[in-house]
Design a protein around this ligand. Structure first.
Ligand SMILES: NC(=O)c1ccc[n+]([C@@H]2O[C@H](COP(=O)([O-])OP(=O)(O)OC[C@H]3O[C@@H](n4cnc5c(N)ncnc54)[C@H](O)[C@@H]3O)[C@@H](O)[C@H]2O)c1
Length: 339
């Protein structure tokens, strides 16, 4: 067998905006993987990427693509309401899965995903790209090494002013296809980031969701969420498409009894209690977290390694987000189930 034949064949499902970012990762992983197929209901979209993938086969029906021997793994880049069915179909065919966020949109769907992945014994990696920011792994390790002592509070943010032609919002504007509004979309990032940093299970959630500016959305354009963890840590998630964040807004910060750390996403700072702040990691060149995530997915398959976030973490993130929606609707604190 030649080296070429040993490469993992990947089929991309949904050739829209994010598929282009994933393509950069497959080009970086070209020694070990190749995009062999692309499926989209709009074949012109699929063809756009087929050439840059070196002549990938184009499918209009992703189920046919999944059955193709060209495909060892799929990369799901579909609108949110279609994730569950694509995961279940790919798992049933024994194909590994990289799935864009959110994993799916309801807890019933999450059950179906868990069952499909577990019974097929395939690997599912959640495309939680911000975990590949270089400061995140360092901060997580510092927290686990006890540099902050007992952790009291953490804050994660993802805020930007989204200016887009309302027509182009498409499926994102409707609850039935997006699963909610900004929180289940961009807000997924600060939610998985918070759960990744804090070494404890989320137990309660309370939230306000608002539509400040984007009247074309059925759901919210902004969410403020508080999460209480089993160890007493209180997490805050602030996320919005409505406004430009004040320039002092951190990407994440964590504070505890003996110190705090914070990051704008590129550099990481640490302040031991009572001492001066030090730079732990200086800002380097901008990181292509999408490419790193794809390269790691391929490495996980090659090394039979567990991805940083599988369906287990994806479901926890979804539980917090759906709990936040329930809290905002009922005006109450919602207790999360932690089986
Ligand atoms: N990690 C990030 O920062 C990030 C950024 C953008 C999007 N995303 C996620 O990526 C996913 C896709 O978002 P997008 O912005 O690329 O959307 P998009 O609308 O640009 O692309 C979706 C594609 O899916 C295709 N499609 C729809 N129904 C289909 C079907 N039944 N079979 C095959 N193809 C079908 C559409 O024709 C379109 O080309 C979402 O889950 C979104 O949340 C993540």
């Amino acid at each position: 067998m030649t080296r070429r034949e040993l490469r993992i064949g990947v089929g991309i499902i949904g050739a829209g905006e994010i598929a282009g970012a994933h393509m950069r990762g497959y080009l970086q992983a070209a020694d070990h993987a190749r995009v062999t197929a692309i499926a989209d209901v709009d074949p012109l979209r699929a063809q756009r990427f087929a050439a840059s993938a070196g002549g990938a086969e184009v499918f209009a029906d992703y189920k046919q693509m999944i059955d193709s021997p060209l495909v060892d793994a799929v990369d799901i880049c579909l609108p949110h309401h279609l994730h569950r069915d694509a995961i279940v179909a790919a798992a049933a065919a024994g194909k590994h899965i990289l799935c864009e966020k959110p994993l799916c949109v309801t807890l019933e769907e999450a059950e179906a995903v868990k069952h499909a992945v577990t019974s097929a014994g395939i690997t599912l990696m959640c495309a939680h790209n911000q975990l590949f920011l270089p400061t995140v792994a360092t901060a997580r390790q510092m927290i686990r090494d006890g540099k902050l002592g007992k952790v009291y509070a953490a804050r994660t943010t993802d805020i930007f002013r989204l200016t887009i032609d309302p027509e182009r919002l498409g499926w994102r504007a409707r609850r039935a296809t997006s699963g909610g509004g900004e929180l289940i979309d961009t807000g997924y990032h600060p939610t998985y980031l918070l759960l990744n940093l804090i070494d404890s299970a989320p137990v309660k959630v309370v939230a306000f969701v608002s539509r400040h500016r984007m009247a074309m959305l059925e759901g919210e354009d902004t969410a403020n969420v508080l999460v209480e963890f089993a160890d007493g840590t209180v997490g805050t998630i602030v996320t919005s498409w409505a406004y430009e964040p004040p320039s002092c807004t951190e990407r994440f910060s964590v504070a505890g009894e003996s110190g705090s750390l914070w990051s704008d996403g590129r550099a990481l700072y640490y302040k031991p209690a009572g001492s001066e702040q030090v730079t732990v990691q200086a800002a380097g060149a901008e990181t292509d977290t999408y490419a790193l995530e794809v390269v790691d997915f391929i490495d996980c398959l090659r090394e039979a390694r567990r991805p940083l976030n599988t369906e287990a973490e994806g479901i926890k993130v979804l539980e917090v987000i759906l709990g936040a929606y329930e809290s905002a609707e009922r005006g109450e604190i919602v207790e999360l189930k932690n089986p």
